[in-house]
Design a protein around this ligand. Sequence first.
Ligand code: B12
Length: 182
Amino acid sequence: MVHEDGLDMPKIVLYNPQEKRKIRTPTLPLSLLFIGSSLEKEGYDVKIIDARVEDNPHKMVLDTLDNDTICFCISCMTGSPILDALKIAKIVKEKRDIPIIWGGFHPSLLPEQTIKNPYVDAVVKGAGEKTTIKLVKSIESGKFRRGIHSGDAEINFSRLDYGLVDIEILGLLTICQVEDVL
Ligand code: B12
């Protein structure tokens, strides 16, 4: 995207990770559409890659990353998406050393655990439309701070059954466990 003054707008790539099982009925990646829409309104060039439905999402990411890309954002649920999310985060870091921002249900549930991973530069805990803009602006001004950032609002955890059980007993992947797989 080219701005009216002729300069390329900073690009932000948003990624929805792949699940182990193939989804039968694709749904819209609502979380990223919300985040992407608010970034686009601020003038950023937003690319959403939904790995649940693409044949070769990692190649798409590599083809999309360029010198205008200032950060990579991942939305992640608990479970197998974490594995793909960490793989792509590693691939991105190896190609370009840009901040990787994680948000969505899993990072919001376990922010302290999530931020310990070297492929996580920032965790947004909760709703992210305004917070992502603040983070992106801090990257542009060189004031980006690694760590956990409170989102615009708490996510409604009232029906969040997985948050109430021990996920290790369930055998689900956690960010720290997956680190060893890579
Ligand atoms: C609607 C819904 C669905 C729909 C999806 C429709 C669609 N088009 O996407 C359907 C029925 C298909 C579905 C399926 C599943 N769902 Co569902 N779903 C929901 C529900 C009710 C709302 C989610 C939603 O779309 N919210 C609206 C969006 C805009 O909000 P959001 O996702 O929270 O995103 C905001 C923040 O999280 C944050 N954010 C999100 N991503 C990112 C990324 C970055 C970088 C940043 C900064 C911020 C950020 O900012 C966003 C905007 O404010 C939630 C429960 C709830 N209370 O929210 C469960 C929920 C998300 N689902 C859940 C699960 C488990 C699943 C399934 C795995 C179920 C299954 N066994 O198949 C599948 C997975 C599908 C997939 N991978 O996409 C769990 C996740 C638990 C967890 N710990 O991760 C939840 C929390 C339900 C629950 N109580 O257990 N789901």
